[in-house]
Write a protein that binds this ligand. Structure first.
Ligand code: NAI
Length: 506
């Protein structure tokens, strides 16, 4: 009896304590304290972008030492949970203003598109590209340092029809457009008296690209159709006459999907897709995307036109025009076609005031969120060290200039001591090169399964299955930027478990 009493009391204390801590942290996020104002004696650090790299930098950055205008590209890229209809857009998007509101010094957030970066005069020009504009819609601001983290855009290889007829999977609005089109195909197929051939076409979904994006996307499309049959929600229950007729085809130009994952995980993915009735066509290249079909070059080089209702383009990324223009201004040092070349400290080669990170750079690392996040946090620490170094150098110069004029033994001794002190501190300020620590690769493959290549002991730890999926979910939650996002996404998941996914069009 007394054991149960102790257990009951401990549980109660844990629940009350947990709820209290949760309330405290949510209130702290909601009501941050006052911020320091703009300080003209501080250097101006412009942050360009609002993806993984820029957000991670902003979160870690100590703004005491800088004035920071942050340029926010109109849309954020955290789309996977939205694709899956497991989370609402507002749960996933981390408003940059929400992060900046918690910084020591206020950060000026500019929602605009950068149209020009001048690395010589150290200026950046922005355009207000939103629908509603004031009398001023273009501005140029100077910077002392620029963190360039604009990411990449979809690579179409100029293949005819891709831009006009395919859905992309890059930004949040792409995920929403894809869902709308997908539901439109289902509704049109369900239209009374629809021609059976047309039903077959409308219900054929083609995903182009067998990289992690294409694989995750195919798995999620399949889930939307089938995986929840256990709980009898989603499409099977809403459109019983349609569910069995939907086909998903994944097209990949290379001999295998997921080339960066281990052979074991590729096999696991292929067999999961086979069970899920997702057709994988390898050594097959998309040559054109038409309004109602996709033109394929088959492994034997023959050309085949396949009717379909929707094509989702996940065939990789390329540098933005802004990046190409910036690189063209430093032709001696920026020659890499993959993106901006940086040194070990993420400084853009050829410029002493621009740092670049994430998918817009050409490094030995894969263009992943994991790399960009680590680079962002690293750069925030480097900028802190640089500010420390600049302050000490300034102090040293000031002491050196006043030292000869100092009279009196005591005063002279004091200045010499201060000089020594500043020199010692300056010698301790060391900028360490960026080092990437690979935490593993994870990809969701549908049917509540995920694959993981994790660095473990001396080799790769490969696993797949439901346990990995749960691991993937917790890893996903941990990547979200704030307690608010995590709570919102977790409650969205709970809502889906309780009530099923939302199958309406937005
Ligand atoms: P990707 O470049 O990795 O894959 C694109 C694929 O499309 C390539 O395999 C290419 O051969 C194929 N392709 C290109 N043109 C084609 C055509 N005309 N016809 C047929 N196939 C064609 O791009 P993805 O998947 O967007 O990934 C980009 C980066 O983001 C990668 O570094 C990846 O590791 C990372 N990523 C990681 C995720 C994860 O770890 N869970 C999820 C999503 C992306």
């Amino acid at each position: 009896g007394s054991f149960l009493q102790i257990l009951g009391r401990t549980t109660l204390i844990t629940i009350v304590g947990g709820a209290g801590a949760f309330y405290y942290f949510t209130q702290r996020e909601k009501h941050p304290g006052p911020q320091l104002p703009f300080d003209s004696s501080k250097k101006t650090l412009v942050v360009l972008g609002s993806g993984w790299g820029a957000t991670s930098l902003l979160k870690t950055l100590d703004t005491t030492e800088y004035n920071v205008p942050e340029e926010l590209l109109p849309l954020h890229t955290l789309a996977p949970e939205r694709r899956r209809r497991h989370a609402e857009p507002r749960s996933i998007i981390q408003p940059t203003r929400y992060i900046t509101r918690h910084k020591t010094r206020s950060v000026a957030v500019i929602e605009a598109e950068a149209s020009d970066v001048d690395p010589v005069n150290k200026t950046i020009t922005f355009q207000d590209t939103s629908e509603i504009k004031g009398s001023v819609s273009s501005t140029t601001i100077p910077f002392d340092y620029l963190v360039y983290a604009v990411g990449a855009e979809v690579q179409t290889f100029n293949i005819p029809g891709v831009q006009q007829n395919a859905c992309f999977m890059k930004e949040l609005h792409d995920a929403e457009r894809m869902q709308r089109q997908f539901m439109d195909c289902i509704e049109s197929a369900a239209f009374p008296g629809q021609d059976p051939q047309e039903v077959e076409r409308l219900l054929h979904m083609v995903v182009v690209g067998g990289g992690p994006t294409g694989i995750e996307l195919s798995g999620e499309l399949h889930d939307f159709l089938e995986a929840c049959s256990r709980s009898h929600d989603d499409l099977k229950a809403w459109y019983p006459e349609m569910a069995g007729k939907v086909r998903i085809t994944l097209v990949e130009a290379l001999p295998s999907v997921l080339p960066t994952f281990s052979k074991q995980l590729i096999n696991y993915t292929e067999s999961t897709f086979k069970e899920s009735k997702i057709d994988i066509l390898t050594k097959t290249m998309v040559k054109e995307v038409k309004e109602n079909s996709v033109v394929l070059q088959m492994p034997d080089k023959s050309i085949k036109e396949v009717p379909c209702g929707m094509v989702v383009w996940a065939a990789g990324n390329k540098g933005r025009k802004l990046t190409q223009d910036l690189m063209a201004k430093l032709p001696e040092t920026q020659k890499n076609r993959r993106g901006i070349e940086v040194d070990d400290f993420l400084r853009m080669k050829g410029s002493d005031s621009i740092f670049a990170l994430g998918d817009c750079t050409a490094t030995s690392y894969a263009p992943t969120a994991q790399v960009a996040s680590q680079q962002g946090a690293y750069l925030a620490r480097v900028l802190h060290q640089m500010a420390k170094r600049d302050n000490l150098t300034e102090k040293l110069l000031e002491l050196e200039s006043v030292a000869p004029a100092v009279v009196g033994e005591e005063e002279k001794k004091k200045v010499v001591e201060e000089l020594e002190n500043a020199k010692n501190q300056l010698a301790k300020v060391k900028l360490r090169p960026f080092h990437y620590s690979h935490q593993g690769s994870l990809a969701y493959i549908g049917s509540e399964k995920a694959i993981a290549d994790l660095p473990f002991m001396n080799g790769n730890f490969a696993s797949g299955g439901v346990a990995t999926y749960l691991f993937w979910r917790s890893a996903y939650l941990s990547t979200l930027f704030s307690l608010r996002n995590r709570t919102l996404v977790a409650t969205d998941w709970l809502k889906v478990k309780l009530f099923g996914r939302d199958v309406s069009r937005d």
